[in-house]
Design a protein around this ligand. Sequence first.
Ligand code: BG6
Length: 512
Amino acid sequence: MADSQRHPFLHGLSKHRGAPPTVVVIFGASGDLTARKLIPAVYNLGRDNLLPADFQLVGFGRKPIPDEEFRALAEAAIRRFSRRNLDPAVWGRIAAGTTYVAGGYDEKAAFDRLAGHLADLEKKSGREVQVLFYISTPPTVFAPILLNLGASGLARKHLDQPHHAKVIIEKPFGRDLDSARELNATIASVFQERQVYRIDHYLGKETVQDLLVQRFANAIFEPLWNRNFIDSVQVTVAEDIGVGARGGYYEQSGALRDMIQNHTMQLVALTAMEPPVSLDAEAIRDEKVKLLRAIQPLVLGPGGDAARAQYTAGMIGGKGVKGYREEADIAAGSATETYAAMRLSINNWRWQGVPFYLRSGKRMARRVSEIAVNFKCPPGTLFAADGHFDLAGNTLSFQIQPDEGLSLILNTKIPGLETRTQPVKMNFRYATTFGSDTPEAYERLVLDAMIGDGTLFIRGDEAETSWKLCTPVLESWAAAGGGSMDNYHAGSWGPAAGDALLAKHGHVWRQP
Ligand code: BG6
């Protein structure tokens, strides 16, 4: 039986419009993301027959690497990081069209060489070939790459055709509102917005896409999805890993920039946005921006709407782990937060008065990303025992990862002669229903960009709106310095300051 017949998700993908002949050019070809995610994504698309027949892959980087060696590195990356084993026939086909160009990102001549190489590939293929540039480098060279793509004419390639040049830009998309605006301006000086795909890999996750399906393909949720029935919403993106070898990057970033401004805000936008008029990319992105604009500026300072902290030494999975300030490349008095939490107020008709709580941290008790929608408690009079009312409010939780699924907490009668109630959990797990071999986020995103579908990418105004909310928080933390930083033990659920954000409204964090 073909994979697509057995597997409903692959079945969905097989309905995808095919990608036109494409060359994917990866800037930062010898980087970590390329090995861990991009090359395995291309390989798995090849395995599912989703690459165009004359697909070509070009690595671009500062380091001179012969084609043969680049192919060997790519093969090793697939063996190590792909979700499926290397099939030599599939890889052989991709490898035959894999080449490498060396050059500096600020070296115009290198981009002219790249243009020559791409023209040769197109000539050989005998057809018009679209080019998808994937900028997967440190952000310091985003601008030189973009400007050189402009100067070499590559950005305008086939601009009059439907399958023109496109560019995927990895995060971080700026480090505050000003730098995001500056980056958008640089992009706009070279590319038209329809050519630009700003990545947030959370949008490529199956469960994140399913959020829209759950909300709008089931008639039971929409009538309840508002302040009349919903008490509060909690979004948790917790990781048990520390900063590992990424200390240098993380010191300049922190939890708010690394996770909240992008991934967590996207989860909020999809949970709370109005129904779009269609599933068209612009219709969905318009609704997300509208929602982000309705979020009120946060109250800053002690007792305000945001909390931050750093992990100290603790235990994870029974093993002792270091505190953040003891990790490699971290300053002894570091002012970088490894945990950030926020209380958001959305000032629109649907959500007025419903707090949205967000938290994200490294070295927390376990890896879990979920959105928990807490409904209001029913009037409890019927089931009050000894005058004590203890019905739980219903909670609908979307488990983004791991154990992807959906669960609903309901009050149920405990069997017996007395009428006593207990909350029980109804579970749906993707792995049980669909099998566990779902495509990775990057597969979906690379394919969508090749096809020209921007639905799962961030529009420029969306990035700026999110930064507009987050930048004042970052500035207030920078002004307060590292001295006022709270702490939490590695392996815990975060600091008391995070709990205090909820206590103000009589809420507590759910234990996911
Ligand atoms: C990245 C962050 O964007 O997302 C990392 O830079 C983080 O710090 C990662 O670990 C988490 O992604 P995922 O898909 O493992 O939840």
